[in-house]
Structures are given as C-alpha cells and as structure tokens.
Write a protein that binds this ligand. Structure first.
Ligand SMILES: Nc1ncnc2c1ncn2[C@@H]1O[C@H](COP(=O)(O)OP(=O)(O)OP(=O)(O)O)[C@@H](O)[C@H]1O
Length: 221
C-alpha cells in the first residue's frame, strides 16, 4: 500500500512552544482522515507543513509522497490545500474567477465542466454572473470547494470545510469526497460528519492515527 509518510517532524513557531516533537504519521492512499483536537494544537499547521506552505529554516521533517521523495515544487503540483476562508478576486464574477484559475494553471475544459457540476450539486450555479463580493459566506465556500475539488490532485487537505455549510450542503460535500476516486483526504473537522465515513482519525493531542472500521464511529473529542 502506498502512503504519505511524515517522519521526524519537529516544529514550533518562533518564540512559541513546540507543536511537534519527532512526530511520525503514515497515511494510506485513498484514506479519508479526520484531523481533530484542541484549538491551537497545530492542526492547521500540520496541513500547511504537508502542503509545503511553511517556509521556515527551523522546520525539520521528511516527507514521502506515495513512496517518492519529491521536490517541494512537485509536492505543490500534486496536492490541494483549502484553508478555512475562501479566497477570490472579489470584483470578478464567479465565472470569471473560475476562468482565472484555468488561465493561470491550464487545467483545461474538463476542470471547468467539473467545477460547474459541483456548483450545480451545491445549488450555487445560478450565481455564475454575480460578483463574488456580493455572495454570502456559505455560497463562497461552496464555490471555493467546487473549484478546489476539481483541481487534479492526489492529496486534498481541507481545513474545517464544513464550517459555513448548511445541513444539505454538508451532505453534498460528504458525497463528493466519498465519490472522489484516487484521492487521499485529510480534513480538519471538530465534528464527525453523519454522512461521511472517515477511514481514520488523527488526534492532535498525540498525533496518533487511528484506523476506523466504520461500524463503531471512532472516538470523539
Ligand atoms: N503564522 C504563525 N506564526 C506564529 N504562530 C502561529 C502561526 N500560525 C499559528 N500559530 C500558532 O501556532 C499554534 C497552532 O496553531 P494552528 O492554527 O495550527 O492550530 P489549530 O489546531 O489549527 O487551531 P484551531 O482549532 O483553533 O483552528 C497556535 O498557538 C497559533 O497561535
């Protein structure tokens, strides 16, 4: 089984207590991992470290991506990181923002088609010609998720993606995640999602990964 393997991770922000002290985590391919634990325990920081967003000489770890030791540039091409606040060009419409992504990264027509399919599932496709600055937080979140989940990638890192979503949209997101083929997910989520079967839970208290057999629902906080 191919894995994402993080070894000997040691890190704390400057002048702050260490968040990780020689932590080792192995994530199986195609897992759906729920990352949970106390506020400030380092969940977002872990996602950023795996996504290769933190550029700090004090950060020390080894990362193997499905058996390969990739350059940081290659890691960035193979993962998607979705932070907890959607980022758009506010003055542009939803459609223009989607086109902008495509112009920048050359994802092609399959990408745009997929984004609109997801937007339709989330019932936000009607906002196509609306400037993003006029949209509600939940609507922006659904469009942002539709874009990011359509980007070709093997690893998807989601930071509290369910937060601004209503009940039916949570189900839509859960279904998209479950039906995604050949993707590994690490999802920060304080709650267990009723409609999403996580395969593992990672507790930020001790960075231990627990496999779930999905009959007992796993441990809570
Ligand atoms: N860029 C930064 N510079 C300095 N300290 C930071 C930075 N980002 C986060 N921290 C600190 O690192 C610690 C861990 O933050 P992080 O956001 O990773 O925690 P978290 O588990 O995701 O928290 P929450 O559940 O509240 O979202 C916190 O004490 C936070 O204040």
């Amino acid at each position: 089984m191919e894995r994402i393997s993080i070894k000997h991770l040691t890190y704390g922000y400057e002048n702050q207590p260490r968040l990780f002290n020689n932590v080792n985590i192995e994530i199986d391919q195609n897992s759906i991992v729920r990352l949970y634990g106390k506020n400030g325990s380092g969940k977002t920081t872990l996602l950023k470290i795996i996504a290769n967003i933190i550029d700090d000489p004090h950060l020390s770890y080894e990362l193997r991506f499905f058996g390969e030791k990739l350059s940081f540039a290659d890691i960035r091409k193979r993962r998607v990181f979705v932070g907890d606040s959607p980022v758009f060009y506010e003055e542009l419409t939803m459609e223009q923002n989607i086109q902008f992504y495509n112009l920048l990264f050359h994802y092609g027509p399959v990408f745009s088609k997929q984004v609109y399919e997801y937007c339709k599932k989330f019932d936000v496709d009607a906002y196509k010609n609306e400037q993003v600055k006029n949209l509600s937080l939940g609507t922006r979140q659904k469009i942002f998720l539709s874009i990011n989940l359509s980007i070709p990638s093997e690893l998807v890192l989601l930071d509290e993606p369910f937060n601004s979503l209503d009940t039916s949209s949570r189900k839509v997101l859960s279904d998209i995640i479950t039906q995604s083929k050949q993707k590994t997910f690490v999802i920060v989520s304080h709650e267990k999602e009723a409609s999403l079967s996580f395969t593992h839970e990672l507790n930020s208290e001790n960075w231990q990964l627990k496999s779930l057999n999905n009959t007992d629902g796993g441990v809570g906080e």
